[in-house]
Design a binder for this molecule. Sequence first.
Ligand SMILES: [Fe+2]
Ligand SMILES: [Fe+2]
Length: 186
Amino acid sequence: MSNYQISSALSESQATIADLTSSDTIQKGTTPPADSQTAANLMAAFGGESMANRKYLYFAKIARRLGNEEVAKLFEETANHETAHAFAHLELIYPSSEQTVESVLALAAAGEMYESVTMYPDFERIALEEGNQAAVSEFQEQARESLEHAGIFEKAAKRFGALKKVEAYHAARYQAALDKLKTAKI
Ligand SMILES: [Fe+2]
Ligand SMILES: [Fe+2]
């Protein structure tokens, strides 16, 4: 996998850690500064382990479909280890002892908003330039679903009385996305 692919896949998470550490929510303990190389490395390692988890589950499905249950189980067991590795990185990025229902809802909503208003529209534009209609459709569909997910988290935030904070995150993200679109070189 190229660096470009990895950084694209991680863009949502990078956006959310920047949101988090620029707020007063968390900036203590073992969380590295958002602009440090270690923060970037932890996020890259988290992304790699997370992708390995999903990839091995996908490979397990293939192996099972091809009739090799032993290899399918091998992939599934290893996928569980990759989840543990990813969680260990997350513990340093978003220490669980410092999280609240409000902060995790805000992180999740911000990530989904980023996907919906920035990441997928950017990817869609590039796919269009490269004439890949299947990718264009896929990115459009996933942008819509990310927006739905953001709405689900927003609704949950409302129920838990954390809406004001989440709305502030959204407003900041929207503005940042709009500013980026205005200055983006296409
Ligand atoms: Fe691993
Ligand atoms: Fe999503």
